[in-house]
Design a protein around this ligand. Structure first.
Ligand code: HMG
Ligand code: MG
Length: 298
């Protein structure tokens, strides 16, 4: 029995844009978030408070978050790597904080410049600070199936980080197949191990579609009771610090799947396509989603 209702967490303005070379103006980012705010989505990851030297595209995080039109039923979230990032995020009145680290040592090192062990106290400080400001904290774990440097990642490594993040008080873990290498049998093995210990509500899945396996992995996750999925409009996305990472599963493609299967999302696919058309024009290139390819051929 599949879930009747799921939640889509839109990460396009953050995960999508962080990997784009073409500079998008602050006003266009604001417009993108405002368009997404009219689609029925109730969760939008707007930007990232990482070091601007590491992700120049999102250097205007404070300005973007302060300029968007807020809807009271939408959670506007952002990535935060450390206390410096939290200060900026709180200044911009973020609704929810997302901390992030990796299951694999070498990706953690290349992405946030620290060992896994040294990352825990830094993130713990952020969680304590965010909770003091009455913000929920979401925790991302990257490279949960494969790492660009270490290859296959065993679920034990994911469990270790999951345990620590939940102990710190994150409300939800987003499991990232950062470089899009996973296949359904691996997703099943990973989730079996995690769901022996924790309820499905604790997890969201974050699939990059580098090898075209994202929707298959999402079906497997659904069958195992997961009801929260991250996606990016237009299939944008990637991690500049994970060689070979490409776009997230496209929100509009995920919506096609859920809509046609009668699984409720509350999101209007047509309106997501309009937002995808907007950002495609600003990026000056065709985005990678199947649904957008259909629109273009009409
Ligand atoms: P670091 O250089 O080790 O930082 O970077 P540091 O703590 O040593 O500080 C160095 C300087 O940077 C200091 O300035 C800090 O104040 C400043 P100085 O005193 O030298 O003048 N600084 C900052 N400034 C502004 N905002 C900040 C900040 N932090 C320090 N937040 C750090 C460590 C984590 C900051 C850096 O490595 C970084 O920003 N990494 C981010 C990389 C990134 O954004 N990757 C992509 C997102 S993760 C992802 O895409 C995966 C995901 O989608 C899930 C999946 O797909 O798997 C989430
Ligand atoms: Mg990602």
């Amino acid at each position: 029995q599949l879930p009747k209702q799921v939640t889509i967490k839109e990460v396009g303005p953050r995960d999508g844009l962080q990997n784009e070379k073409m500079h998008i103006s602050t006003a266009d980012k604001v417009q993108l978030v405002n368009l997404l705010g009219q689609t029925g989505l109730n969760y939008i990851e707007v930007t990232s408070f990482v070091h601007p030297k590491w992700i120049p595209q999102l250097a205007d995080a404070v300005e973007v978050l302060q300029a968007i039109k807020r809807h009271k039923d939408i959670t506007y979230a952002a990535l935060v790597p450390n206390m410096r990032g939290l200060e900026r995020a709180l200044q911009a009145e973020v609704d929810e904080v997302s901390i992030f680290m990796s299951a694999s040592e070498s990706h953690n090192q290349s992405n946030i410049n620290k060992t896994i062990e040294d990352t825990f106290p830094i993130l713990e400080e952020v969680v304590v600070g965010a909770q003091a400001a009455k913000k929920h904290v979401r925790g991302y774990i990257s490279t949960v199936i494969g790492c660009p440097y270490e290859g296959y990642i065993h679920p034990d490594k994911v469990l270790r980080v999951t345990e620590k993040l939940l102990e710190m008080g994150v409300t939800e873990i987003s499991l990232g197949d950062t470089i899009g290498v996973g296949v359904p049998t691996q997703v099943e093995f990973l989730l079996e191990e995690l769901l022996k210990r924790y309820p499905a509500e604790k997890f969201a899945m974050h699939f990059h579609d580098t090898r075209g396996t994202a929707l298959a992995n999402i079906m497997k996750s659904l069958e195992m009771g997961i009801t929260k999925f991250d996606s990016a409009l237009g299939g944008l996305g990637g991690c500049p610090y994970a060689k070979g990472a490409s776009g997230n599963v496209a929100t509009e493609d995920l919506l096609y799947l859920f809509d046609e299967m009668g699984i409720e999302t509350g999101v209007d696919r047509q309106k997501v396509l309009e937002a995808a058309l907007f950002i495609e024009e600003k990026l000056g290139k065709a985005v990678a989603s199947k649904q957008m390819a259909i629109v273009r051929n009409e």
